[in-house]
Design a protein around this ligand. Structure first.
Ligand code: BGC
Length: 474
């Protein structure tokens, strides 16, 4: 006897929609939890939302000048750049991208860092340098949670985003890189360690004179902001030092205890199969590395209930991470009727994901679109909570004066840049959290090349700290 679905597609979709929908109360509860965990992380070492002091003690204003190298690890590619800051908020940049294989991501740390040093060497051979200094200064954008003790020192807490070199956690990543460069006799000194969010904050500050938050919505997600040093209770710095310090929140780890995060069975599935289970769950609900996988979990659930593709799947739909977030972007951008030969959704399903054409009905096309919309909308609303929470925490959620300059947020990453409707949906949730006026003040702008320019600005700041004898270290 042929199997008969026990539910209708409408029932199944309503159920999924309910599980993924964040109403006003949920948004506010998560926002409140953010505030609690900001305070906890600023006072305690080892928190899941780590609130990492970065030893970057100010945000640039656009007048900075100089030539610096940057090495950027932590997104999709490894990048080496040389940046010339012109002192007028502008810059020129030479850059090259290098692929990082899965073997390097998960093998011995030495192999990964030797590969990075080799890439710097290749870059300098291919492009030369416009600096006349004997020793080139380099900012290292390393976008993973690191416990920093100075602007150029920090031990890896743990990997995220699919990296897993087992011998790296607990080691100083600047030293690992410097040793690798020295082994090759490359005359480069790594003088600043910068998270990509810190890079976004610095780059946005440089480009628009002043920024409150640097945020990444890309392969991973995170935010960094400038904090009043007296609030960073866990640092215990002697008085007379800097008044402010940039904090790398590591908000991907917000509420790993799941007190308020409405984690669905689909998120649990993705988490269970991930490299670090029960860790960075918030990030797994938001970022580009995982969104496709969450959607795949929902879609295969619908197949299993016989309400999608008549219960058939495909080899690729059965493969972890094979439904890329970029496919969701293509589907969400698709406005063609489901029956049209130009329908991008149908093409993704049949040509890319190899579902046999005879199993893909127009209704299936609509279902897949809806699932992508549901998963993508939740990601944008959760992202809005993170942004609003930082503005709230720093007293910048509402206008403070009549000549209010607004709240300047620098963003970077493939999701905010390319995922259709992401910012519009994020803003819709900001309106709920900050009110109409509050949302209008938030200026979201791409911190273009934040990881490169930001690392250069970090290197410049580190150099100034050294020269002025105001190096901060614990
Ligand atoms: C890392 C952060 C990083 C973010 C965005 C997260 O997985 O823990 O350090 O800023 O990804 O790249």
């Amino acid at each position: 006897m042929p199997a008969v679905p026990s539910i209708t597609i409408q029932e199944a979709l309503t159920d999924i929609e309910q599980q993924f929908w964040l109403d006003e109360q949920a948004l506010k509860d998560i926002s409140r939890r953010f505030q609690e965990l900001f305070h906890y992380g600023l006072a305690n070492h080892g928190a899941e939302m780590a609130m990492i002091p970065t030893f970057v003690t100010g945000v640039p204003d656009g007048t900075e000048t100089g030539t610096y190298l940057a090495l950027d690890l932590g997104g999709t590619n490894l990048r080496v750049c040389e940046i010339n800051l012109d002192g007028k908020g502008g810059f020129t940049m030479k850059q090259e991208k290098y692929k990082v294989s899965d073997a390097l991501k998960r093998g011995p740390a030495k192999d990964l860092f030797d590969y990075m040093a080799r890439s710097v060497d290749t870059f300098l051979t291919d492009y030369g340098t416009s600096s006349s200094d004997d020793e080139l200064l380099m900012g290292f954008t390393f976008s993973f949670p690191v416990e920093q003790t100075a602007i150029d020192k920090g031990t890896l807490i743990h990997w995220t985003k699919g990296f897993d070199c087992p011998d790296a956690p607990g080691k100083d990543v600047v030293k690992l890189l410097q040793d690798a460069l020295d082994r090759k006799h490359i005359k480069v000194r790594v003088n600043a360690l910068v998270n990509d969010t810190v890079g976004a904050l610095l780059a946005r500050g440089y480009q628009t004179s002043g920024a409150l938050l640097g945020a990444i919505f890309g392969t991973g997600t995170n935010g960094a902001y400038l904090e009043d040093i007296t609030k960073v209770k866990k640092l215990n710095l002697p008085s007379g030092g800097p008044s402010h310090m940039v904090i790398n929140t590591e908000w991907g780890g917000m509420d790993d205890e799941r007190k308020v995060l409405p984690v669905t069975i689909f998120d649990n599935y993705v988490d269970r199969k991930s490299i670090r289970q029960r860790n960075h769950v918030f990030e797994k609900m938001i970022s580009g590395m995982y969104l496709g996988e969450v959607a795949r979990a929902v879609l295969t659930h619908l197949m299993d209930h016989l309400v999608l593709f008549k219960g058939f799947s495909s080899e690729l739909f059965n493969t972890m991470y094979a439904f890329d977030t970029a496919y969701m972007s293509a589907i969400e951008a698709d406005e063609e009727p489901a029956s049209s030969p130009n329908c991008a959704t149908r093409k993704v399903l049949i040509e890319t994901m190899k579902v046999p054409a005879e199993h893909v009905s127009d209704e299936d096309v609509e279902t897949v679109r809806k699932v992508c919309r549901i998963v993508g909308t939740r990601a944008a609303r959760l992202s809005a909570v993170a942004v609003a929470a930082v503005l709230d925490h720093t007293g910048n959620a509402q206008s403070k004066s009549t000549d209010d300059q607004g709240a300047n947020v620098g963003v970077d990453g493939s999701v905010i840049e390319f995922y259709p409707h992401f910012e519009e949906r994020l803003r819709e949730a900001l309106r709920i959290l900050l009110g109409e006026q509050g949302e209008k003040r938030v200026k979201i702008g791409l911190a273009k090349d934040g990881s490169g320019v930001g690392a250069a600005l970090g290197a410049l700041q580190a150099f100034k700290q050294e020269q002025s004898g105001h190096r901060v270290e614990i």
